[in-house]
Design a binder for this molecule. Structure first.
Ligand SMILES: [Zn+2]
Length: 134
């Protein structure tokens, strides 16, 4: 399921959605804060553009909201083991905590998911790059 050719591979490994070889980010680690938001302009292997038009990743924001829900609910679940009731502020705290802890992962995964919605894997891409002129 996580093999090359599946969208999950490209998303989890933060690889180019087209060739599954090139990295998507300057710092391609899910937990690294360094250069967190620095996405490459195009794939170093198949030259797929990562931002075909300005504002392309606007919709990725909504994906990131969805991704934030997971860790937030997990933290709220942990709180429920130690507390009788969950107040609004505890919930907000859980939300902020998961944002701080998982911001790099949420940012990168949401962009990887977003670009995978529009660009499909092409096994030829790595060996026959586009726009190379020969
Ligand atoms: Zn590529």
């Amino acid at each position: 399921m996580l093999g090359k050719g599946s969208k999950l591979y490209s998303i989890c490994k933060l690889k180019c959605p087209r060739c599954h070889e090139g990295d998507l980010f300057a710092n391609n680690s899910l937990l690294g804060y360094r250069k967190m938001s620095q996405m490459l302009e195009h794939c170093p292997v198949c030259h797929q553009m990562y931002e075909p038009e300005p504002g392309y990743y606007y919709g990725a924001m909504f994906v990131s909201y969805g991704l934030t829900t997971g860790p937030t609910l997990a933290i709220v679940g942990l709180m429920m083991m130690f507390s009788e009731e969950i107040t609004l502020w505890m919930f907000v705290g859980a939300l902020l905590l998961s944002l701080v802890l998982f911001l790099p992962a949420i940012f990168k995964l949401s962009r990887a998911i977003w670009i995978n919605i529009f660009i499909s894997y092409n096994p030829e891409a790595a060996t026959h790059p586009q726009a190379r002129g020969h």
